[in-house]
Design a protein around this ligand. Structure first.
Ligand SMILES: O=P(O)(O)OC[C@H]1O[C@H](O)[C@H](O)[C@@H](O)[C@@H]1O
Length: 541
């Protein structure tokens, strides 16, 4: 069924008028002063994730119009079509059913095959974990993009749940500087290689897998069948490569949504079967919330609506993610693929060029590190960049924490939380020149007059942010958090009327790379543009 594109709806026109009127002049400070209940009204408790949306540029009228936009675009019907397994990835003729991977047995589409692989995978996982001390203690996961970013993000995030004897390594880049240092110091007899590729055709992954296999045999390794496993939808290609132990998944799982499939093998190896099931269960709980909660209390829906409000009306071009948990340091990279590969599209479902913006740039760094690098721009730069803070109430430093560290790290955790709160407060409050004038600036140049210094030291404020709070970073809460982001990306994509589930934009570079590869070897630059020819010649010289 066809649904109206956002810009073809009455709500879109009404939002435009509202933005041109009071919407663009909205002031957070006044909104908080005028309404003591703002936090209560604009915060949502979803499964495992509490979200404070109150520091966003939203008033009742904006929210009502955004919810109307969701209805005008048939968001609920679009959501239900995805969850029911309709082929909503229409350019590839595929369903989009990553939600089926985390549903309990017997629930929804594809359950039987999902459970069959999951059981086999988790049985294998427990065998490897049980014998890690005497068997394979190192796992080298080889994959890229959606076959890498998820495990690479989640394994350190859940470090305190990890098997003490198993060490996980990740190799993705075709650059040998990725593989070489990982293999240095490893020995084939206690190393397991996991070759992860949905298609099993990806240049980088196949090159690294070939090199790993050659290294394994060269170092005296013998049992490829035991030391190499593949996670893929292309079991035949893995077999042709010489890998007989394979855990499959299906074309209705997008690469960037595949963390819940066999691609999650390294996560399951690290945290074990029960914790992996909890990770899936957390995501399923968020799916149920997304499927059932009324739009105005539906967290992924509200987030997606705010994204559209900022991108298309305020014109904000990027969003920064600041997880205040070191374990989540790879979350921004994970979210980059999730959001920018999904929604970085320029045509609607019928292939018509869009007259409005789609995916913002998503970027970030773990807090507090980012504060000492680019937060300057967030506070005083000329662009308004909404920031997303993630705070975790209760830390977990894992087993065997030295007793002397306990009170010290408890204190550090308080500092971490205070920093997180201070940043969103500072973005919102800002500081006027008059306020700055009342303060002494110890490092200010004596040659400058006070007014000039105060202008440099003032902050515009009224800069929006969202803060998510998790009780603790656990397999379950992390599963829910990731699912929340996935569904939110679905929401903005559905309103924009784009296909969030293909990625044709990565193909041209791959094709040109294939054409250039023999030229890099031969030096033949005939017919190339002068820049490419000049660079190629220089790189070969
Ligand atoms: O899993 P693979 O088939 O090896 O693909 C790995 C990655 O490469 C592609 O270029 C896509 O842009 C990604 O969506 C995908 O996750």
């Amino acid at each position: 069924m066809k649904h109206p594109r956002c810009d073809q709806t009455p709500a879109w026109a009404a939002l435009n008028a509202h933005f041109q009127g009071s919407g663009r002049r909205f002031d957070l400070r006044q909104a908080f002063a005028a309404d003591a209940a703002r936090f209560d009204k604009l915060s949502v408790q979803a499964p495992e994730v509490f979200a404070d949306l109150s520091k966003n540029l939203l008033d009742d009228a904006t929210l009502a119009l955004l919810l109307q936009l969701a209805r005008d675009c048939g968001l609920e019907a679009q959501r239900d079509a995805m969850l029911a397994g309709e082929a909503i990835n229409h350019t590839e003729g595929r369903a989009v059913l990553h939600t089926a991977l985390r549903a309990p047995a017997g629930f929804g589409p594809q359950s039987e095959q999902v459970q069959e692989v999951l059981e086999r995978l988790l049985t294998y996982v427990e065998q490897v974990r049980d014998t890690a001390r005497s068997g394979m203690r190192h796992v080298v996961h080889i994959g890229i993009g959606g076959s890498d970013l998820g495990p690479q993000m989640v394994v350190p995030a859940l470090d305190s749940f990890a098997h003490g004897e198993l060490k996980l390594h990740f190799v993705s880049n075709v650059d040998g500087h990725d593989l070489a240092p990982v293999l240095r110091g490893l020995s084939p007899h206690d190393t397991l290689f996991v070759v992860a590729s949905k298609t099993f055709t990806t240049q980088e992954t196949l090159a690294n897998a070939q090199a790993a296999k050659a290294w394994f045999l060269g170092q005296g390794g013998t049992d490829i069948a035991r030391h190499f496993v593949a996670t893929t939808t292309n079991v035949a290609a893995a077999a042709a490569f010489g890998i007989t132990t394979t855990f499959g998944f299906w074309d209705w799982v997008g690469g960037r949504y595949s963390i819940w499939s066999a691609i999650g093998l390294p996560i399951a190896l690290a945290i074990g079967a029960d914790n992996f099931r909890a990770f899936l269960a957390g995501a399923h709980a968020m799916d149920q919330h997304f499927a059932q909660a009324p739009l105005q209390a539906n967290l992924p829906v509200l987030l997606g609506l705010v994204d559209v409000w900022y991108r298309n009306f305020h014109g904000f071009g990027s969003r920064s993610v600041a997880p205040y948990h070191q374990g989540l340091k790879r979350l921004p990279a994970y979210l980059q693929q999730l959001e920018m590969e999904s929604n970085g599209k320029g045509v609607d479902l019928d292939g018509n060029a869009l007259a409005y913006a789609t995916s913002p740039v998503v970027w970030g760094e773990a807090g507090t590190n980012g504060q000492h690098a680019y937060f300057q721009m967030l506070h005083q730069g000329t662009d308004v960049i909404p920031v997303e803070f993630i705070a975790v109430k209760t830390p977990n430093y894992g087993p065997d924490l030295a007793p002397v560290l306990k009170p010290l790290l408890a204190d550090q955790h308080q500092k971490l939380l205070a920093n997180c709160l201070a940043q969103s407060q500072a973005l919102m409050q800002g500081k006027t020149t008059e306020q700055a004038l009342t303060e002494r600036a110890p490092t200010a140049s004596a040659a400058l007059d006070a007014q000039t210094v105060a202008r440099h030291r003032s902050f515009p404020g009224n800069r929006p942010s969202t803060t998510f709070v998790l009780e603790a970073l656990t397999p379950r809460s992390l599963g829910a958090l990731i699912a929340m982001y996935e569904q939110r990306v679905f929401v903005s994509g559905a309103l924009w009327g784009i296909n969030s589930f293909d990625q044709w934009g990565v193909e041209l570079g791959k094709a040109l790379c294939s054409a250039l590869l023999p030229r890099v070897a031969s030096g033949d630059v005939s017919g190339l543009d002068s820049s490419t020819a000049g660079l190629l010649t220089r790189l070969r010289a």
